[in-house]
Design a binder for this molecule. Structure first.
Ligand code: GDP
Ligand code: CA
Length: 307
């Protein structure tokens, strides 16, 4: 059994590859919910939806988020009514948020996510990191900003100082996360090539998770989101620079503070060696499903070689 911790785009890409090489009962995908927020009457869960849409093959490739074949009549109408238009919700995407909203209260976020994933035809289990609300709040040179205000409204332009995960101390890890960490058949834990600070750190901030990860004597392997020191997409490199951590293997390993047994890096970044952590250089850019499947297979083989 493999536990994969994922954020949005980078996490979804590797998760799709893992789902292609592992049967459903051998993979547990646990997703960041620190980006979630209440907006226009809905609960928006961007990373969960990105992972679901990507695994279902219905994600919008050009846009990098949301659904393929999207239309925007709702946003036009909201704008005309004087509503907030800085966060785009497509017409089809809205159905996901509506179903989530109507199920909330009677069902946990885990149950809702499983229901939606099933409707999208996904066989592999996808779960939130927690059923309790955790909200990332970014401290910047413009003051504290709720996550989506920092990320979308302000396009991650303010200088990043630190992040806190409101609600994390009181949040319980989701049943799927606990079950995976307690599973005697757990072989390895994979940190997908997601934003370490925005997407992986919230999961690690849940009470007891760090200790449980350390206590399980299974390899913990991360896939770097950096290629040539740059993020494939998004502000990961900018944020690392702003907190003074290099976007290199050594930087990532020090950021994860002794957690990693192995790190998959891009071939072009090979050369550097870091004591105590095995490095696996390969092609880490996932252009499509072939790349995703190949990289996932390599990550698995590498993780298993560290047992
Ligand atoms: P977000 O929630 O959509 O920002 O998604 P994540 O946190 O999961 O992913 C953002 C990170 O994914 C960025 O730092 C990217 O560098 C990384 N990423 C996206 N696509 C790829 C890829 O094909 N290969 C690698 N190695 N990283 C990727
Ligand atoms: Ca995200």
């Amino acid at each position: 059994m493999i536990l994969a911790l994922a954020g949005g785009v980078g996490g979804a890409r590797l998760a799709r590859g893992l789902a292609a090489v592992l049967p459903p009962e051998q993979l547990s995908i646990v997703v960041n919910t620190g980006d979630d927020f209440e907006h226009l009457g809905f609960l928006i869960c961007p990373d969960l939806d990105t992972v679901c849409y990507t695994l279902a093959g219905v994600n919008n490739l050009a846009q990098g988020w949301g659904l393929a074949g999207e239309s925007w009549a709702f946003m036009d109408a909201i704008g005309k009514l004087g509503g907030e238009t800085w966060f785009n919700l497509g017409d089809r995407d809205l159905a996901t948020h509506s179903i989530r909203r109507t199920m909330l209260g009677r069902h946990s976020l885990s149950e809702i996510t499983a229901h939606l994933a099933g409707k999208f035809g996904i066989a592999h289990p996808i779960a939130p990191m927690s059923d309790d609300p955790v909200r990332s709040i970014v401290d910047t040179d413009e003051g504290e900003l709720a996550f989506q205000h920092y990320f979308v409204r302000r396009r991650a332009e303010p200088r990043f100082r630190s992040i806190r995960f409101d609600g994390a101390e009181a949040a319980s890890p989701s049943p799927a996360l606990i079950a995976a960490l307690d599973d005697p058949a757990l072989e390895a834990i994979i940190l997908c090539p997601s934003n370490p600070v925005l997407s992986i750190a919230p999961i690690l901030a849940l009470p007891g998770i760090r200790a449980r990860l350390d206590a399980r004597r299974v390899p913990i392997v991360a896939v770097s989101p950096f290629i040539g020191g740059r993020a494939v997409k998004g502000p990961a490199a900018k944020i690392m620079e702003e907190i003074g951590i290099a976007t290199t293997a050594a930087g990532l390993i020090s950021y994860y503070g002794g957690l990693l047994d192995g790190l998959v890096i891009d071939r072009g970044d090979a050369g550097e060696s870091v004591a105590g952590v095995a490095l696996h250089p390969t092609d880490t850019l996932m252009r499509g499903s072939e790349d995703q499947t190949r990289l996932a297979g390599e990550v698995l083989a590498f993780a298993r070689s560290l047992r």
